[in-house]
Design a protein around this ligand. Structure first.
Ligand code: FEO
Length: 174
C-alpha cells in the first residue's frame, strides 16, 4: 500500500513524464518544419516513449493502492533556435527527471517501501541510458559546429536511431 507522500511523489512523476511527452512532440513538430527529418522521427519516437513512461507510473499507482491523478500540463515551448539548443534543453530536462526518480527512490528507502523501490529500478536504468544518449548526440552536434554538412549527417543518424532504443555508444538495443 502506497503512503500518501509516495502517491503524491509518483503523481508528480506522472506529470514530469507527461510534460516530457508533450515537450518532445513540440520539438518533433519544429524539426519537421525546419528540415530536420531525422530529428523529427527521433523526437516523435521519444514522445511516444515518454507517454509509455507516464502510463507505466499511472498503472503502478493504481495497482499499488493509490490513486493516479492525470495533471494539467503546461504548454511546451514551440520556438527553438537550433538542434544544439534542443538537445541542451532536452538533456537538462532529463537530468531533472533523473533527480526526481532518485528522490523517489530515497523516499522508498526511508519508508522501507521495497515494492516501489523495485518498480523504480527500471526508471533509474532508463534515465541513465537516456542521459547518455542525449550527451553523445550533443557531442556530435558540437563536433559538427555550424557546418551544415555535419548537421546533415547528425540528422541522418538521428533518423536511424528513432524508436530503436539503441544507444550510440553501446550499439545495443533494449
Ligand atoms: Fe521518462 Fe526520460 O523521462
Amino acid at each position: 500500500m502506497l503512503s500518501t507522500e509516495m502517491t503524491s511523489g509518483l503523481n508528480n512523476q506522472i506529470g514530469l513524464e507527461g510534460f516530457a511527452s508533450n515537450y518532445y512532440l513540440s520539438v518533433a513538430s519544429w524539426c519537421d518544419l525546419h528540415g530536420f527529418e531525422g530529428g523529427a522521427a527521433f523526437f516523435f519516437a521519444q514522445s511516444d516513449e515518454e507517454r509509455q513512461h507516464m502510463l507505466k507510473v499511472l498503472h503502478y499507482v493504481n495497482e499499488a493502492g493509490g490513486e493516479a491523478i492525470v495533471p494539467k500540463l503546461d504548454a511546451p515551448q514551440h520556438e527553438f533556435s537550433s538542434l544544439k539548443q534542443i538537445f541542451e534543453d532536452a538533456l537538462a530536462h532529463e537530468v531533472r527527471v533523473t533527480k526526481a526518480i532518485h528522490a523517489l527512490t530515497d523516499l522508498c528507502l526511508s519508508e522501507k517501501d521495497f515494492t516501489t523501490f523495485s518498480f523504480l529500478q527500471w526508471f533509474i536504468n532508463e534515465q541513465h541510458e537516456e542521459e547518455n544518449l542525449f550527451r553523445t548526440i550533443l557531442d556530435k552536434i558540437h563536433l559538427a559546429g555550424d557546418d551544415e554538412r555535419g548537421l546533415f549527417f547528425v540528422d541522418k543518424e538521428l533518423k536511424s536511431l528513432a524508436g530503436t532504443g539503441i544507444t550510440l555508444e553501446s550499439g545495443t538495443a533494449e
